[in-house]
Structure formats: structure tokens, C-alpha cells
Design a protein around this ligand. Structure first.
Ligand SMILES: Nc1ncnc2c1ncn2[C@@H]1O[C@H](COP(=O)(O)OP(=O)(O)OP(=O)(O)O)[C@@H](O)[C@H]1O
Length: 252
């Protein structure tokens, strides 16, 4: 579903990502780990069109998306969440998800404002889909609150709901468990599996919580200093001396 072939980027003298490859199958759940500054978020930025790779190519469901802009990548079916939650804090919970769903409909926001024929039908579909998502994520009773007023764990879930509203083929989650307590992490683990099955989406997950990554990911890629140092199933990764060394060298 997502086929990444040797992408890389340098900033000045620093190679932030080098020769990164990945073959994420339909409905797969893979992990991307590595010490701080290893280049994980840089890879997400390359995949989602925030950065343009200096080398390599990216294919989504067979289509070459290399060099596309972020909004084109999103339309092509690659959605993401961010390490630092990026919601529209002043907008309602429902409107945040609506904006995701709106992206797929032809007439967009202007159509919704003009309220003409087809646009009204589109808008009704958008609202229906958004309400369904909020229900699935247990956020429907907060639909009309401002997003910024939600508790932290709910904001993380809302961001995932908004990404799913675009009906992606592939979903990239950047540290979804960051700042969560152990109970919330357990719930999140279940939620990620549920999302994969319910929405039939392939998921690539960046996460520092090893327990979470090791228990839900089928395969894991480990980065260190921008380079891939290991790829394998969780048991292989846990026993890999290069991986252990990379993490032991990490301060704190
Ligand atoms: N736009 C940029 N300009 C210059 N350097 C950058 C840029 N983006 C990333 N880097 C550098 O690339 C390296 C990798 O950063 P990145 O954020 O991808 O790491 P990470 O693995 O996601 O780390 P963390 O786990 O701390 O989030 C870092 O040294 C970072 O400073």
C-alpha cells in the first residue's frame, strides 16, 4: 500500500534521513522507532509532502506521490497526526472532524456557505460522517465544545478522528501515546488495532513507549542518526545488539 524506496534529505551538512525504505502492506500495522533525533518525524515529513526528498521515491497504492505537496498527498490517501497535537483549538470538536471530511467532497467550504443543490447534499454527508466518527471515538457528547477545552487524551483521539475523516488508505501516527497515563495508553493500543480493522487502513506508528510498540506492531524499523539500523518483527528488534546499543547511548 505504501512503498517507500530509499528516500533521504539533508539540512545543510546534516543528513536527517538517509536511504529510508519501507513496504507497508494493506491493513498492516508497522512501527518506526529510534532514539531522540534519529529522524523519525523527518521521515513522516518526507512521506507527507512537508519536505521534498533529495533522493528516492514514494508510491501510495501504486501511484507515485514523490514531490507532491502536503494537501495533494492527503487527497491521495495519506493522513497523519502530529507529535505536538495540531487541532483548530478555537473550532468545535465537530468542526475539526468536518474539515477532514470536507476535503474529500468536491464543493468544499465555499459550497457549504453558498448552500446550493449538490453542495447541501455534500454537506449533509460530511456532517453525518463526522458525527459517526465522533460516536466511534466516544466524543459525540463533546461535539460542540471548543477543541482546546478537551482533556489531553481526548485531543489526541480527536486528531486521529480528523485524520480518519479524510478516509485515508494509510495513516501515520506520530507519538500518539505521548503524555498519556498507563490506562490511556492501554485504551489507545486497543483503539489503534480497532481503527486498523474497522477502517481497513494501513498504519505506521512512531512511538517511544516500547511496550506499546512491541505489543501491537507486526514489523518495526529502527532509525539512528538518520539511518535504518534494523528491520524486523518485535522479538528480533528487542534482541538486536545494534538497537540495544543505540538506545543505551541515549541520554536520559
Ligand atoms: N527542517 C529542519 N532543518 C534542520 N534540521 C532538521 C529539520 N528537521 C529535522 N532536522 C534535524 O534532523 C534530525 C532528526 O530530527 P527528527 O525530528 O526527525 O527526529 P525524531 O527521531 O523524530 O526525534 P524525536 O524522537 O526527538 O521526535 C535532528 O537532528 C533535527 O534537528
Amino acid at each position: 500500500m505504501l512503498d517507500v524506496r530509499g528516500i533521504g534529505i539533508s539540512f545543510g551538512g546534516l543528513t536527517a534521513a538517509k536511504d529510508f525504505s519501507l513496504a507497508l502492506p494493506e491493513n498492516g500495522l508497522y512501527g518506526l522507532i529510534g532514539p531522540n533525533g534519529a529522524g523519525k518525524t523527518t521521515c513522516f515529513n518526507l512521506l507527507t509532502g512537508i519536505y521534498r526528498p533529495d533522493t528516492g521515491a514514494i508510491f501510495l497504492n501504486g501511484a507515485d506521490i514523490t514531490g507532491m505537496k502536503a494537501h495533494q498527498v492527503a487527497r491521495a490517501g495519506l493522513a497523519r497526526t502530529f507529535q505536538n497535537i495540531r487541532l483548530f483549538g478555537e473550532l468545535s470538536v465537530l468542526d475539526n472532524v468536518r474539515l477532514g471530511a470536507q476535503m474529500r467532497h468536491r464543493h468544499g467550504l465555499f459550497g457549504a456557505i453558498l448552500r446550493l443543490g449538490r453542495q447541501v447534499a455534500d454537506e449533509r454527508t460530511v456532517v453525518r460522517e463526522s458525527v459517526e466518527l465522533l460516536e466511534i471515538f466516544g466524543l459525540l457528547d463533546r461535539a460542540h465544545e471548543q477543541a482546546k477545552n478537551l482533556p489531553y487524551g481526548d485531543q489526541r483521539r480527536l486528531e486521529i478522528a480528523r485524520a480518519l475523516a479524510t478516509q485515508p488508505k494509510v495513516l501515520l501516527l506520530d507519538e500518539p501515546a505521548a503524555g498519556m497515563n498507563p490506562q490511556e495508553k492501554l485504551e489507545l493500543m486497543e483503539l489503534i488495532r480497532f481503527i486498523r480493522d474497522r477502517f481497513r487502513v494501513a498504519i505506521l506508528l512512531i512511538e517511544h513507549d516500547m511496550k506499546l510498540v512491541m505489543s501491537i506492531c507486526q514489523r518495526i524499523t529502527v532509525l539512528d542518526h538518520g539511518e535504518t539500523i534494523a528491520v524486523g518483527i518485535p522479538a528480533e528488534i528487542q534482541a538486536n545488539p545494534k538497537v540495544i546499543e543505540a538506545y543505551l547511548g541515549e541520554p536520559g
